[in-house]
Write a protein that binds this ligand. Structure first.
Ligand code: ASP
Ligand code: MG
Length: 423
């Protein structure tokens, strides 16, 4: 008998109707002869609402208590889903992350899974039950406190359980029909991708594509768990993410897999840095000690007359205040002039393993942006990705222009977005 792990996102279980619809789908998989573990997210925008609520009672809520609060969201949906399944005449049991054996480190609000001990799930499945698991949460190995895995963490729960249970597939159900060549909320002509490699998917996720979380894809690649991303609102086959395409999975986009964009970052410029050894190290040590992950970095050639240079880098907007505070502290020792903070930026990335062997890709990317009248502020590349920073106002137009330029526009139907507010 095969075992499937299915994960349903918040927009798929947004209300009672949604929960009943998802229950039917799970029962269908069970009737088709599979053992089923279903991981659920909190209903609709519950997590955002709980965060808003926490911030109303405390500007900086304590990490431990925030985790305790947020995990309640997933507990609501798991219990309701189990009830809905029982109502259809099938046996189901719900489990918190801790009960399901999701063991994490003790970093509240962004814990990492370090072990999965799914004994209770196995026993429940053996008894013929459908097991429902609250996503996005675990229990700390050391403190035994309840933790959460960071926003969107239910995907990671699903893949981790699939790996621990040696599942045949991990199905991620969402509000679009799969992974598209661009965000279908921005590009109506985005095409659904039938198959994409872990490698390209990792780059898309790192570049701001929200359909799958980077950590989840990383986990799936490490344990070689194929992921099937599909809609819970349609019966259509979705996108397979794996090492190698199987059977009739189409590999259409040989050169470019897609265009991703990200408006969640800001840019910090350290102006007038003395151009001598050790200054960049000093600056980025200070940023690292504030536990801030940076993304792109650019240092200009120093003007010969002044011996001063500017260093710019990008980082999550949410970390902006922390970063500027850390840099203010070292202003005198580094001896730079001033700091500039800019949160009106967007990053646009072109991803595809094919660009390794196709020299014209960068030029075509820049031409498409220039034809759309979009100015480039920063550039960074990897072997299979080119990213630029532009004004935030230009982002939608830029993404569409690049998508069209690389022939990614679909000539058939418009991409469907079934639900979710994209909040
Ligand atoms: N409910 C959590 C969130 O909104 C986890 C998830 O949806 O995966 O981030
Ligand atoms: Mg969510």
């Amino acid at each position: 008998m095969s075992l499937v792990v299915q994960k349903y996102g918040g927009s798929s279980v947004a209300d009672a109707e949604g929960i009943k619809r998802v229950a039917k789908r799970i029962v269908e998989a069970k009737r088709n002869g599979h053992q089923v573990v279903a991981v659920v997210s909190a209903m609709g925008d519950t997590t955002d609402e709980l965060i808003d609520l926490a911030e109303q009672v405390s500007p900086i809520p304590a990490g431990r208590e925030l985790d305790m609060l947020l995990t309640a969201g997933e507990r609501i949906s798991m219990a309701l889903l189990a009830m809905a399944i029982k109502n259809l005449g099938h046996e189901a049991q719900s489990f918190t992350g801790s009960q399901a054996g999701v063991i994490t480190d003790s970093v509240h609000n962004k814990a990492r899974i370090i072990d999965v001990t799914p004994g209770r799930l196995r026993a429940s499945l053996e008894e013929g039950n459908i097991a429902i698991v609250a996503g996005f949460q675990g229990v700390s190995q050391d403190s035994k406190d309840i933790t959460t895995l960071g926003r969107g963490g239910s995907d990671t729960t699903a893949v981790a359980l699939a790996a621990a249970l040696d599942a045949d597939v991990c199905e991620i159900y969402t509000d679009v029909d799969g992974v598209f060549t661009a965000d279908p909320r921005v590009v109506k002509k985005a095409k659904k991708i039938d198959w994409i490699s872990f490698e390209d998917m990792l780059e898309l996720a790192a570049s701001g594509s929200k359909v799958l979380l980077h950590r989840c894809v990383e986990y799936a690649r490490r344990y070689n768990i194929p992921i099937h991303v599909r809609s819970s609102f349609s019966g259509l086959p979705g996108t397979w993410v794996s090492n190698e395409p199987q059977g009739d999975q189409q590999v259409e986009h040989a050169i470019i897999s897609g265009v991703a964009h990200d408006v969640s970052e800001a840019k910090v410029t350290v102006v007038g840095v003395p151009d001598k050894p050790g200054e960049a190290a000093h600056i980025f040590r200070a940023v690292a000690e504030a536990e801030i992950n940076i993304d792109m970095i650019v240092q200009n050639v120093s003007a010969a007359s002044t011996g001063l240079t500017d260093i710019s880098f990008t980082l999550p907007k949410a970390e902006g205040k922390k970063a500027t505070a850390a840099l203010e502290k070292i202003k005198a020792t580094v001896g730079y002039d001033s700091l500039r903070y800019d949160d009106q930026i967007a990053k646009i990335s072109l991803v595809g393993a094919g660009m390794k062997t196709n020299p014209g890709v960068t030029a075509q990317f820049f031409e498409a942006l220039s034809d759309a009248g979009v100015n480039i502020e920063l550039i960074s590349t990897s072997e299979i990705r080119i990213s630029v920073v532009t004004r935030a106002d230009d982002v939608n137009e830029a993404v569409r222009a690049v998508h069209t330029s690389f022939g990614l526009d679909s000539d058939s139907d418009e991409a469907v977005v079934y639900g979710g507010t994209g909040r």
